[in-house]
Design a protein. Structure first.
Length: 228
């Protein structure tokens, strides 16, 4: 973990990103049933060593902050738990793999919906195909709500990410999604304390989450569009 790579939450303001963290677009690709299937890379943004990303959802220069939060008196009060993932997660045992599920971290990305759902697939994980799909779905979960666990070693099965941030677009839901922080970027709260350092995290950029700074899927019901 590079401690210089950090997302600092400004009180009622933006995310201050430091440490030369790459920023790019990433799109949800649906399957034939319009369920999220995979991720597709988009444009890369030119950034400095430090930059500020909009958190209120109202900037006219998205994804970057333009200080609109001051004009609208944005309330960015953090309400998310600072408990470790393992403390928040339910442990689900399957015959071929286990699954950890921290439901309060759900960003409603819906990769877990295919083929009966990740939970059902975990229950059928003595079947190699079901196990493979369950692991794939858990690893595609951007918030890290779901984590596949190796049955033999007890170790998490995680995608390998370098520190980066993706501006997500949820094509099936027709909404602009959260910021996807990857590669164990430290997130520091406005009070100076830190959230657990995790490989996958989704942070709200529509301003409507009730689990700030993390996304709770509010961008979908509010049809958040980062071009507006």
């Amino acid at each position: 973990m590079d401690k210089n790579k950090k997302i600092k939450i400004e009180k009622n303001g933006p995310y201050r990103v430091s440490g030369n963290i790459p920023l790019e677009k990433e799109f949800v690709v649906p399957d034939e049933n319009n369920n999220p299937l995979s991720w597709q890379k988009g444009e890369k943004y030119k950034t400095e060593e430090e930059y500020c990303l909009c958190r209120c959802g109202k900037s006219q220069n998205k994804p970057f902050c333009d200080f609109t939060h001051q004009k609208i008196e944005f309330d960015g009060t953090e309400t998310a738990s600072k408990e470790d993932y393992k403390q928040q997660a339910e442990n689900i045992s399957g015959p071929g793999m286990d699954l950890m599920d921290a439901s309060n971290l759900c960003a409603r990305a819906r990769f877990c919906h295919r083929h009966g759902g990740t939970w059902d697939l975990t229950a059928k994980s003595d079947d190699s195909k079901s196990k493979k799909i369950a692991i794939e779905e858990a690893c595609n979960c951007p918030s890290g709500r779901l984590t596949a666990i190796n049955k033999k070693t007890g170790e998490p099965i995680e995608p390998e990410f370098s520190p980066s941030i993706s501006i997500t677009e949820d094509i099936p839901a027709k909404a602009s999604g959260p910021l996807w922080a990857k590669g164990k970027i430290q997130i520091e709260g406005a009070d100076g304390s830190s959230y657990e350092n995790r490989n996958r995290q989704t942070i709200c950029r529509c301003g409507k989450s009730s689990n700030k700074p993390f996304c709770d899927g509010s961008h979908i019901e509010n049809k958040f569009d980062d071009k507006v």
